[in-house]
Design a protein around this ligand. Structure first.
Ligand SMILES: Cc1cc2nc3c(=O)[nH]c(=O)nc-3n(C[C@H](O)[C@H](O)[C@H](O)COP(=O)(O)OP(=O)(O)OC[C@H]3O[C@@H](n4cnc5c(N)ncnc54)[C@H](O)[C@@H]3O)c2cc1C
Length: 604
């Protein structure tokens, strides 16, 4: 039976038929790999996700973690699944062999990880956070810090967190107040409160390695005075064995709408509840140089944000497949052309409006998956392309695409989950079916790792203007190259190319118009509309790319023929129903509309 988590055929299409990831195995970093090893690890991920993560997805949601004032309790299936995950070695799939990794291309490890995000995003969040933490330390930590903290994380013994947010500082990290006082022995003592910390406390691992943003007194104000610290829950002795409790205390768990299997915590650092080495204050170890904390975090932001986009995509994808399975077996009503009440009812998939909802979902989730895998491949290009110019190009394009890869799936794969509920009718509104949980889980994604509005400001305010507009120019040039390839074909891709080419031209005109005002407040007033319009053009590009890959495969019979026909139809759907949405959005932007800017607070 085919999976309702993700489509193995679609992944093979995207990775092999479209992106041709096997060519990466020609590069020294991936020389140990081949199409076979890529496929084996994908199969492993699919199997472990289905057997160990999916079965407790609902239970982890309905029996959320509790805190009895001393300890956090989670259902036992979470730890059991994470132990199996650790044994697979998948946490370190993309990491260097020298640290115990598999040295897989990022694009392949992202595809593997998507299985876990589709199966059980709450349990998958623990390794996801741990990997983000490990990656940051591998890039910015000292050799000793890597040995002490990253190795146990790679082995699955320690888990990691990211502690940025505070109760009064979420989007505006310039306003964090956690303090780190330098000590004579080179360590620091941290005092402050961190809010929303995912995986901030639990008993799923021997230790928790918090990566904490804090200010060293006397440093510059704002983001330039933020430093990064390792603050473990349990300190280690000289031999690396677990020692005294650090002064990090769980104040309480947040009770969330979704992602309920992941503990989410309010943590106090340095309250004096624990007194490591005789006094209060959370012991912390500086990572890199003082005042570089935010830059270090941002270094890893691309990867984390694409990971959020991938999670949103996976949740949308599984919702789509489940609503498709439901639509195929739910009998209801009869065709418009044949209303004979004595004839058997048809499954709802026979109704055009249900097919519309399925096509919409398919076009969103398969378009989003193409984008996050494309970005995954850019990460590989950035790291391993033989020519320096290509590495630079990949870096710039990835920088440009990151806010879109984070936000577009978070908005539209959530919309897909909404449609999956609708396909289920009243049953979709109950907790007897999975789709309502997928929607609740996915609702987080436009909020964390930079809200939708913050991504919009990043895209229009920073990325579209960086290096004198070089990032935007590169994005438009890259899309135009696809348009030019499509023109040359005899097929349907050539018909759609003109529509995409015109949309790309509008991005260029509208961006110039917005910034031509010389007034950043006016330019950025409708940044979210810009993010959404450009996002739709980028996904249309992903669909034209997929259509070209389909046309290159030629025709086929049976299931393969249906797969290719489905791809063509979803591409058509996106170009006919979705891309035209951008016309009025670009019109609004071009008119320099002031409605939001001129609204007065007292008018609401
Ligand atoms: C379940 C969950 C898990 C999380 N996990 C972590 C974690 O592990 N580690 C961590 O550090 N944080 C974590 N976060 C925090 C998350 O990153 C923040 O919630 C997010 O950055 C938004 O901050 P805020 O909640 O303070 O909202 P605010 O910053 O107060 O924003 C509220 C609204 O105002 C808008 N807004 C704010 N500033 C601007 C502006 N300048 N221009 C335009 N609009 C603006 C926002 O877009 C948003 O719509 C998590 C949050 C949740 C809910």
């Amino acid at each position: 039976m085919s999976s309702t988590l993700l489509s193995r055929r679609d992944l093979a299409f995207l990775l092999h038929d479209w992106l041709d990831v096997t060519r990466l195995a020609e590069r020294p970093r991936y020389a140990e790999h081949s199409r076979e090893t890529f496929d084996d690890v994908l199969d492993l991920a699919a199997r472990v996700a289905a057997e160990h993560f999916a079965p407790h997805n609902r239970a982890a949601d309905s029996t959320e973690p509790t805190f009895d004032g001393r300890r956090v309790h989670t259902i036992p299936q979470v730890k059991a699944a994470l132990d199996v995950f650790a044994q697979t070695g998948l946490l370190a799939a993309s990491l260097d062999e020298s640290i115990g990794g598999m040295q897989l291309p990022h694009v392949v490890s992202a595809a593997c990880f998507a299985w876990f995000q589709a199966a059980n995003v709450g349990t998958a969040a623990y390794p996801f956070l741990t990997l983000g933490n490990a990656n940051l330390l591998l890039t910015h930590g000292s050799a000793e810090q890597i040995d002490t903290w990253v190795r146990p994380m790679v082995e699955g013994r320690f888990f990691g967190t990211m502690c940025l947010s505070e109760p009064q500082a979420g989007s505006s990290l310039a306003d964090i107040t956690t303090r780190a006082e330098p000590q004579d022995d080179g360590t620091y003592r941290l005092v402050g409160t961190k809010m929303w910390i995912s995986g901030g406390d639990h008993e799923l691992a021997e230790n928790i390695v918090h990566l904490v943003l804090a200010r060293i007194p006397g440093g510059p104000p704002g983001v330039k005075g933020i430093s990064l610290f390792i603050v473990p829950k349990v300190l280690l002795d000289a031999g690396g064995a677990l020692g005294p409790r650090n002064d990090v205390v769980l104040v309480g768990l947040n009770h969330k709408m979704g992602y309920r299997g992941t503990t989410n915590t309010l943590l106090n650092f340095g309250e004096g509840v624990h007194r490591p080495y005789g006094r209060g204050g959370a012991v912390g170890y500086l990572v890199g140089q003082p005042h570089q904390g935010l830059a270090q975090m941002f270094h890893m932001m691309n990867e984390a944000r694409i990971g959020v986009g991938a999670g949103a995509t996976a949740l949308g994808y599984t919702g789509y497949l489940k609503s498709l399975a439901y639509a195929r077996q739910r009998p209801q009503g009869r065709p418009i052309a044949d209303k004979d009440p004595t004839a058997p009812q048809v499954p709802i998939v026979a109704h055009p409006d249900v097919r519309r909802m399925l096509l919409a979902q398919k076009s969103y989730v398969e378009g989003a998956l193409a984008l996050v895998l494309y970005c995954g491949q850019l990460l590989d290009e950035e790291k391993t392309a033989p020519a320096e110019a290509d590495r630079g190009r990949a870096h710039l394009l990835l920088d440009m695409l990151t806010p879109i890869a984070k936000s577009w799936p978070s908005q539209w794969c959530l919309a897909a989950n909404d449609l999956a509920i609708q396909v289920h009718g009243g049953y979709g509104y109950t907790r007897d079916y999975d789709v309502e949980q997928h929607w609740r889980d996915n609702r987080l994604n436009p909020i964390h790792e930079g809200t939708h509005g913050i991504q919009a400001l990043d895209l229009l305010g920073r990325k579209a203007t960086m290096q004198g507009g070089a990032g935007l120019a590169l994005l438009l040039e890259t899309i135009r190259a696809t348009v030019a390839r499509a023109w040359k074909t005899e097929g349907e891709a050539a018909e759609l190319a003109g529509q995409l080419g015109a949309a790309v031209d509008r991005i260029a005109v509208v961006t110039r118009r917005l910034w031509g005002t010389g007034d950043p407040e006016l330019a950025l007033a409708n940044a979210s509309v810009y993010l959404e319009a450009v996002g739709h053009v980028v996904i249309a590009w992903m669909w034209l790319e997929q259509l070209l890959a389909v046309e290159a495969l030629g025709s086929a019979e049976g299931a393969e023929g249906d797969f290719l026909a489905g791809k063509r139809q979803a591409a058509r759907y996106f170009f006919r129903y979705e891309l035209p949405r951008t016309g009025p959005q670009f019109d609004l932007l071009e008119s320099l509309d002031r409605t939001t800017l001129d609204s007065q607070e007292s008018w609401f």
